[in-house]
Design a binder for this molecule. Structure first.
Ligand code: PMP
Ligand code: GLN
Length: 383
């Protein structure tokens, strides 16, 4: 986590957002929306602050939010949760991931199977837990795992199979056969499935299928989500984790000493968001699909080969088709050449597999349409 020179490295997101502000480039690097989510949700937080909801809330989360999460899982997926036993609110999905991994694994005899490229905190938290990370590569252009490679990665040392679907950074949505293989392997090797579904409402050819709904999955699955992506409130850091009570209790035991409790005025606001009508959830997926199309068309017009994503904020493009040999160098030069910031996929990959992603670049589509159009027009200088 700290470089050999003793310097704490900023995350790739901090580095790329700093590059964007320094150069004035359009930031298609770090994934955060550039406009606010639903006004009703924002208003509830504002009113909560004005009405004195400013002290420590309960550690599991306020009852209103716990009920809203349980109702949401029932409404969209038919998952029945006991709101007071099967759910814990966390400081974003990031804390849920950290608390779960620290609760479930312990030391170098435990292995965590992770698909790569992957969200940056996965490898960092596995390192903090002292466990070993075992990665399964997702390859251009479809980014679905090879089922034999997956089967070979899962052994009796595997304590956790960490899934992220829809997937950051690739935008892939796993096929049914992948979900089924994960559940079968978790059974065979008595592993827990930890599934990060923060982009659950940004699936373009829906519906989203939580792995917890597969036969035999529930009793060994912890599901993570977050209000950040769904309600465009990434700065509020309200996430949650749900699953069978004994597993959730183990997460809570760690979580209470990481943050103790989370943002009191934001919790009723996210509860309001989770109760919005179905039309809201359908609309955000449609809006993001439109943005994906504009970004994808712009990248193609600029000469990139593009992997069309099925979900998430992100689109991966191959920069070798615009003459790049190294995506990291390409991304460092892109603000100067085209006034756009993007992230090399190598930032999300392990040293073992990094070479497989050497010319691939992640672009975030979660920006206003006029911003995406301006980015597309700037990128056309690469042609
Ligand atoms: N997991 C994935 C796959 C993500 O993309 C993100 C957000 N970038 C997170 C977790 C973290 O979510 P939060 O901001 O709610 O901690
Ligand atoms: N989820 C966003 C991304 O992947 C931002 C993550 C972060 O800033 N830590 O770009």
């Amino acid at each position: 986590l700290i470089g050999h020179d003793g310097v704490i490295r900023p995350t790739i997101f901090a580095e790329m957002s700093a590059l964007a502000s320094r150069t004035g480039a359009i930031n298609l690097g770090q994934g955060f929306p550039d406009e606010d989510g639903p006004a009703d949700v924002l208003e509830v937080a504002r009113a909560a602050i004005a009405n004195g909801v400013n002290q420590y809330p309960p550690g599991r989360g306020i009852p209103d939010l716990l009920h809203a999460i349980a109702n949401h899982q029932e409404r969209f997926y038919g998952i029945a949760l006991d709101p007071h036993r099967d759910v814990v609110v966390t400081a974003g999905a990031t804390e849920a991931l950290a608390a779960a991994l620290l609760a479930l694994v312990d030391g170098p005899d435990d292995e965590v199977v992770v698909f790569e490229p992957h969200y940056d905190s996965y490898a960092a938290v596995v390192a903090l837990s002292g466990a070993r990370i075992v990665t399964v590569p997702l390859r251009w252009p479809h980014f679905q795992p090879d089922l034999d490679e997956l089967a070979a990665a899962v052994t009796d040392r595997t304590r956790v199979i960490l899934v992220n679907d829809p997937h950051n950074p690739t935008g892939a949505v796993f096929g049914a056969e992948v979900r089924e293989a994960v559940v079968r392997l978790a059974h065979e090797h008595d592993a827990v499935i930890l599934t990060d579904e923060v982009y659950e409402h940004l699936v373009f050819n829906g519906p989203h299928v939580p792995i917890a709904t597969l036969p035999g999955a529930w009793e060994r699955t912890l599901t993570i989500s977050s209000g950040g992506k769904t309600f465009s409130t990434t700065g509020w850091k309200i996430g949650w984790i749900s699953g069978p009570a004994p597993l959730v209790d183990a997460v809570l035991a760690v979580k209470q000493f990481l943050t103790y409790v989370n943002g009191a005025p934001f919790q009723p606001a996210i509860a309001t968001g989770l109760r919005l009508p179905d039309a809201f959830f359908a609309r955000i997926a449609e809006d993001m699909a439109r943005k994906r199309d504009i970004l994808g068309a712009g990248l193609q017009a600029a000469g990139f080969d593009v992997s069309v994503p099925a979900g998430s904020y992100f689109t991966v493009a191959d920069a070798s088709s615009v003459g790049a040999r190294d995506a990291a160098v390409f991304c460092r030069e892109l603000p100067e050449r085209a006034g756009v910031v993007a992230i090399p996929l190598t930032a999300f990959a392990s040293p073992t597999h990094r070479h497989e992603y050497g010319t691939l670049v992640r672009f975030a589509a979660c920006k206003r349409i006029e911003v995406l159009e301006e980015a597309a027009s700037r990128l056309s200088v690469l042609r």
